[in-house]
Design a protein around this ligand. Structure first.
Ligand SMILES: Cc1cc2nc3c(=O)[nH]c(=O)nc-3n(C[C@H](O)[C@H](O)[C@H](O)COP(=O)(O)OP(=O)(O)OC[C@H]3O[C@@H](n4cnc5c(N)ncnc54)[C@H](O)[C@@H]3O)c2cc1C
Length: 392
């Protein structure tokens, strides 16, 4: 069977790429090893949540799915950041960049459900589930074999298969990677005190804790991403839920009072990864297959959706012009465009993490000066917020 594009990996990034290419008239095949198209309301609490920045919201509007997502998202218009070493709180607010919000939070599984419901209406997108990539051969086109014995051909193969990407490995695309030696504990929690549309970031000596406001079945909840150094994480893993939440209350300095668990707690090992190029012969990478960054920044999915926006525009324009959509020129231009933007964001977030995470007094002083309220520092702070919410 032949397609114009084959996408491996049907997470939020891969499925939104299938949707936008399908809407543009391409014959697309989307393959996932799981069953993401069966995601339903009961799965909302499971897995990750995303803080979507203004650029991602713009992309979801372009996809035509925003209206169905918006009612189940929670707006945040402020971020409060502090460290447990007694420095003063640094606040970022939407009004500083003349916006009403900095972003919204949503369950990843809600995004999946809505995107797959749109995909089911498009006949030129074939979805294959419970199957995975086995081998790739590049000749004039790209030939893909799957574990279940399918042989498929395509002009371009796109890897959207997450941080352990088989597409990346089978195409021998080189990477730079390191482990943060941290585990993230992720959960939806009901806090004792209201959060007032504010996200909280607390830098502790055992890793950063993020609490994002999120609406769960009508309740005002927070989405927890608690990044813990491995040694401390193994202590946390031994605690029962009650003791774990008591520890969280202490670590968050009682700012939101005590917490009750909704759903379950899941854990993720944290690594940093960035590919040296976003392509090889007839192959492109998007989302976590190309880059994974620390979740404290809440930027991973935002970067992935920007990859999709960039690549899909190039593919659709090339196709309209009758050009090869898997050709070297397109792939090189896509790669250099994404490398430039994503590297900047990765560097910005690493600097932020080091500035806050460090006990080095010089770094801490530098960070406090950079984000201080003096008029001199205001343009820098404004620029930082704009980069993070994706408006520049
Ligand atoms: C704890 C945590 C919190 C986060 N919070 C935020 C946040 O607030 N904001 C934000 O923007 N980002 C956040 N991120 C990052 C964000 O979740 C990821 O960047 C995003 O989900 C990546 O999407 P993806 O579709 O590229 O990859 P994935 O979600 O990993 O999807 C990959 C898909 O590929 C499939 N697959 C894998 N291998 C194969 C194969 N060989 N064959 C077929 N299918 C395959 C999988 O089944 C899966 O469906 C967070 C990440 C973590 C770990």
């Amino acid at each position: 069977m032949n397609y114009e594009a084959i996408i491996i990996g049907g997470g939020v990034v891969g499925s939104s790429l299938a949707l936008i290419l399908g809407q543009g008239g391409l014959d697309v095949c989307l393959i996932d090893k799981g069953r993401p198209s069966s995601t339903n309301e009961h799965d909302f609490y499971k897995g990750r949540t995303a803080s979507l920045n203004l650029s991602s919201i713009g992309f979801l509007k372009k996809l035509g799915v925003w209206e169905q997502i918006e009612d189940n998202t929670t707006v945040f218009s402020g971020i409060e950041v502090w460290d447990s070493q007694g420095s003063s709180v640094i606040k970022f607010s939407a009004s500083e960049i003349e916006e009403k919000k900095l972003g919204v939070t949503a369950f990843n599984n809600l995004l999946s459900k809505v995107i797959y419901s749109e995909l089911s209406k498009i006949s030129n997108v074939s979805i294959i589930e419970d199957d995975s990539l086995d081998s790739i051969q590049v000749r004039e086109d790209v030939l893909v074999s799957t574990r279940n014995g399918l042989n498929l051909g395509s002009n371009i193969l796109i890897g959207a298969d997450g941080s352990l990407s088989s597409v990346r490995n089978l195409s021998s695309i080189p990477i730079r990677t390191w482990s943060y030696d941290q585990i993230a504990f992720v959960a939806s929690l009901k806090p004792e005190f209201p959060v007032n549309n504010t996200s909280y970031q607390i830098f502790t000596d055992t890793g950063p804790i993020a609490l994002l406001p999120i609406n769960g079945k009508g309740e005002n909840l927070v989405s927890l991403v608690w990044s813990a150094d491995k040694e401390y994480a193994s202590k946390l893993e031994k605690l029962n839920t009650e003791n774990l939440l008591e520890e969280l209350k202490l670590k968050t300095e009682n700012k939101l009072g005590s917490f009750q668990l909704r759903g379950e707690i899941t854990t993720y090992p944290l690594n940093q990864l960035h590919v040296k190029e976003y392509f090889s012969d007839r192959v492109a990478l998007v989302g976590d297959s190309a880059h994974t960054i620390h979740p404290l920044a809440g930027q991973g999915l935002n970067l992935g959706l920007s990859d999709v926006n960039d690549l899909s525009e190039r593919i659709l324009v090339s196709r309209r012009l009758g050009l090869d959509i898997g050709g070297l020129k397109l792939l090189q231009e896509y790669s250099s465009s994404r490398k430039k933007v994503n590297l900047k964001m990765i560097a910005l977030m690493e600097a932020f993490k080091r500035g806050f995470g460090s006990t080095n007094p010089w770094l801490r002083m530098g960070r406090n000066m950079a984000f201080s309220v003096t008029d001199k520092a205001k343009p820098l702070k404004k620029r930082f917020i704009k980069e993070a919410v994706g408006v520049i």
